[in-house]
Design a protein around this ligand. Sequence first.
Ligand code: MG
Length: 311
Amino acid sequence: MWEPSDTYPDPSIEVLDSRFQKYRLNNAGIELLATGIRYGEGPVWFGDGRYLLWSDIPNNRIMRWDEETGAVSVFRKPSGYANGNTRDRQGRLVSCEHGGRRVVRTEYGGTLTVLADRYDGKRLNSPNDVIVRRDGSVWFSDPDFGIQNDYEGFKSEPELPTHVYRLDPATGRLDAVIKDIQNPNGLCFSPDEALLYVVDNGSRPNRILVYEVNRDASLGQGRTFVDAGDLGLPDGIRCDMDGNVWAGWGSGPGLSGVMVFAPDGAAIGRIALPDRCANLCFGGLRRNRLFMVTGQCLFGLFVNTQGVGCP
Ligand code: MG
């Protein structure tokens, strides 16, 4: 059973490089906010309602945690085995569904609109993670993890390679913008959206790649931003205001938790958690609260920076 640190500063928050020192609040520790999840993913903050949503994939539900009361409830079940979540520029929830093999938007009234479920006439694999750019375009990864078994979706054969896509919701146009990664996963933009970071779970070792985003939203040549080493397993990623990349990380002792990388790719900080962190997001009233989803738990930590991309 995980126990919070009874001393400050919390020894689970490690400064690997002096550049990380200013982001650690010496009087803040890791808090366990919720448990009882079968496999957590896709946290997204709703500042207007002061709550967090996140996916419990095998239980086919999206969960809700309320900041003011700490109450945990079911937001939606069935969720189509939802994985990654985000909000569009109008604040609407956008979700990746393994089950429906699609990306959906939840309208203000609660109905679902399918944004994408096919490319080139073939079914998507299992959309995993999603982000929305300031121009309204929806970018998502489509690995085949969610159709490899009947646990996090429905076992099936892929019909398509594992691309990263950009969708224009206004026209429905869907473009495959990265075609050479086997099983892309987490995505995030730099604060100025001039860079796109993409987790590559297909290469050995795993990598985080970075691409320049051109004026027409096409991508330059990808290059390695972080080499995850022998055992490192990156998943969901988010940028803070200074352009540091906070990455959910696994798997195993000394690896599980969150790794923080400076814009030059150097590892500057680490947050140790009892299990692999699949995904994370910033939220709270001042966007300075980091929410971290592990297999069975939701953890929170106040930090001395703010996330970008939070409506
Ligand atoms: Mg993921």
